[in-house]
Design a protein around this ligand. Structure first.
Ligand code: SF4
Length: 383
């Protein structure tokens, strides 16, 4: 079962220097052919769908698709699965690939939320990241999206860039708030293996932000955006009231989602849940679709213990935290018996707070979230 749909568009104009996502530079034929493959995959994999609460075009660069291709796909989806009237339908857009006309056409196609990959408002950092757009193009894309009728716009920013100071990060946040988005996603730079960045900035590079500077940036972000009317509702996400990302919130609440496209991940609510992904090359994906036998790669049927651990480390990403009684309803087991000792320890360390039945990360816990989550994966239920 699933009630959310993710569509991966694995194409970009150029590869950014820090990027480890599955994306290639497409030729025109690939771009023209791809939506047809997605449509066929939808027919192969629809299965047990519930009315869709959200659809998310992610990438890669989904804004490289033509608006009429997106409109066609949304039409095919609607013909097979009911889409709720209030469904959130997001398109990730690279500011270097959109203008007023294309944004108007995406809006007319049924997209109601734009997520703009701004990353930085400083052209020197944009160039260091290998982005294809300038800060001015990001501002123009944002204004064009507003003019096109989008009332729900998110922007992505990255902190801890090579050589970035706390003052420079303050400038970035101020610029972001000046634009007036409804939602901001903030990521700290991670240098992924086998990227140009990993060769340019080895782990001990003095140009990379140290832990203290990254922590200062994280804390300043929380303070500044909270003071600017944003709710810090998830470790990396801030929203004005009423504008949390519905789609991503579904991931953290373990809603089922079907992923379409090259390398797309799916999570189906069948038993304790099944996770799998699609082949990660266009060729393998195309062959699978055309033969009607698309493989499920790395399929994992979750056990109850897996599902309980996921419930904790996904749910705790949200500032609202998790409710022990909701856990007990979901799994029919005593929370105290399963995770009592783990959570008592994390509360004692100041990484979790407890308010009645609700457990949530403290600000320090958010900063050290991976160290918190590992406790659930390594808890006694796994030994
Ligand atoms: S635009 Fe996004 S997906 Fe494409 S190369 Fe850059 S970071 Fe990667």
């Amino acid at each position: 079962m699933f009630n959310r749909l993710y569509i991966h568009v694995p194409f970009c104009k150029n590869k950014c220097h820090y990027c480890a996502f599955v994306s290639t530079t497409p030729d025109n034929n690939e771009l023209m052919e791809y939506p047809g493959l997605l449509g066929r995959e939808l027919q192969l994999r629809t299965g047990k769908a519930e009315p869709l609460e959200s659809i998310y075009f992610g990438g890669g660069t989904p804004s490289l698709l033509k608006p009429e291709q997106v409109a066609g796909l949304l039409g095919e989806i609607a013909a097979q699965i009911p889409i709720r009237k209030e469904a959130e339908i997001t398109l990730e857009a690279n500011p270097g690939t959109v203008d007023l006309l294309s944004l108007m056409a995406f809006h007319n196609a049924g997209i109601n939320r734009i997520s703009l990959g701004v990353q930085s408002f400083d052209d020197r950092f944009l160039s260091c990241l290998g982005r294809i757009h300038s800060a001015e193009q990001s501002r123009q894309a944002f204004q064009a999206a507003r003019q096109a009728g989008f009332t729900n716009i998110s922007i992505d920013l990255i902190h801890s860039l090579p050589g970035q100071s706390l003052d420079q990060w303050r400038f970035e946040l101020q610029q972001a708030v000046n634009l007036g988005p409804e939602h901001i996603s903030i990521y700290g730079l991670t240098v992924e293996a086998d990227t140009p960045f990993s060769r340019q900035y080895p782990a001990n590079s003095p140009d990379l932000a140290d832990e203290d500077l990254s922590a200062d940036m994280f804390e300043y972000t929380d303070e500044f955006l909270s003071g600017s009317g944003f709710d810090h509702y998830e470790i990396a996400n801030y929203a004005r009231p009423g504008y949390r990302s519905q789609h991503n919130s579904g991931y953290w609440q373990r809603d089922g989602y079907l992923g379409l496209g090259v390398a797309a991940h799916s999570f189906l609510r069948d038993g304790y849940g099944v996770r799998f992904s699609n082949p990660d090359t266009l060729e393998e994906y195309r062959q699978g679709i055309l033969s009607g036998q698309l493989k499920r790669v790395d399929e994992q049927r979750l056990t109850e213990d897996d599902a309980m651990a996921e419930y904790m480390f996904l749910g705790l990403r949200l500032a609202d935290g998790i409710c022990q009684c909701a856990f007990e309803r979901e799994f029919g087991q005593s929370f105290a018996e399963v995770y009592g000792s783990v959570t008592v320890n994390l509360v004692r360390l100041g990484l979790l707070s407890q308010n009645g039945e609700i457990l949530a990360l403290t600000q320090r816990g958010m900063l050290l979230s991976n160290q918190v989550f590992v406790h659930f994966i390594q808890s006694p239920i796994y030994s």
